[in-house]
Structure formats: structure tokens, C-alpha cells
Write a protein that binds this ligand. Sequence first.
Ligand SMILES: [Zn+2]
Length: 212
Amino acid sequence: MTTRLSPNFTLEELCVTQHRDIDNRPPAQVIKTLRETARRMEGVRAELDDRVITVTSGYRSPELNRRVGGARTSAHLKGYAVDFNCHGFGDPARVCRALAAADLPFDQIIEEGSWCHISFDPRLRRQVLTRTRSGDYALGLLRAASRPVLASAGAMALTGCASLGGTDAAATAKLLENLRGCERSYVGTLGGLAPPTASISIRCAPDQETPR
Ligand SMILES: [Zn+2]
């Protein structure tokens, strides 16, 4: 059973972890915060042309945060932070650029290289950072942005299928729409499925859980 926090985000999604031996269920206070975080993530999604967002890490219990090497004061511990990709929109640099330019409340956006980190700590400083190759954080967005690519589109589609069940015609149409702008031959293959059929099967590794 899943608990929906907002139209497009569930509690389970915002507590995702690959460390199955760790109990990552949040306390009641954090669930309240996650509901607010999900609401804010709807605003993020709207800025990204309403394309599918793949959460790679949201809330982290203290044990999980230690295990993944998160900062001791990480906003993930309180349910304020989300690491994600939006493959249908572009790479993390492109996503971060769009969000930083939008009229959105946020505390920090960090372009981490292979994912985006956004946090909604109530300070809402609108700080924008890039994690450099040396592992430091530099002010501003330093990497060039690019449009969606084949492999990441696959990961997005897989997530989309999983969350939509792949049986709902309207939802499948939405998924196809989200893939528009992705690598051409890939979209061509998917286009063969329209009008939407019972399922779309795309083999691709899902996004890895992110460490910060
Ligand atoms: Zn993060």
C-alpha cells in the first residue's frame, strides 16, 4: 500500500532506499514535513514541463544517513531535501538551471553531477551550488546543460511504468509525452506503441540511490 502525499509524490518514494536492512520509516513530525516537501516538489515538477521526476533519495533516518555518508546536518534528515533526476527534461545541469531561474521557493539547489539536490529548509535562502570534481561546493551553476539522452530516458520510462502500472491509457500517453525530446530512435520505438497498449517494457537500470 502506498501513501500519497501530493498528486505526483508518495511517502514511499520520498523515503526510498536500497539499504533494505535499515528501517527508514520517518517519525510523525517528519511525515508532516514530507507532505510539505511533496507539495513544493509539485511546483518543481511544474517548472520542468510536468515531466516525471525520479527521486533517488529523500528522507534519511540517522542510520541511513551515516551509511550513505551524508553530511551530519543534512537536510535529508529532517525531510526537507530531495535528490532527483528529471530525465525527460534534461541532465542535472539543465534541470538546475531551469529551477534556479524560476520563481520557486527553495533553500538550496545543488547540481551534484549526476543528480540534483533541492532542499526546502525554512530559511529558503535560494542558494545555488555546484559540486565540483574535487568534491567541493562552488557557488553558482558551473557545468553546461544538455538535453535528455537515451540511457537516462530509459531509466525514467522504467520509473514511469512502475509508478503508473502501465495499464492506464491516459497514464501511458503521459509517459510517451514525457519521452518526447529524448533520443530519436528511442522515441521512434516507443511511438510504435501508440495508441497506448497494456504495457511498455523497457530494460534499463533504474537510478542508483544517491549519497548526499
Ligand atoms: Zn541530497
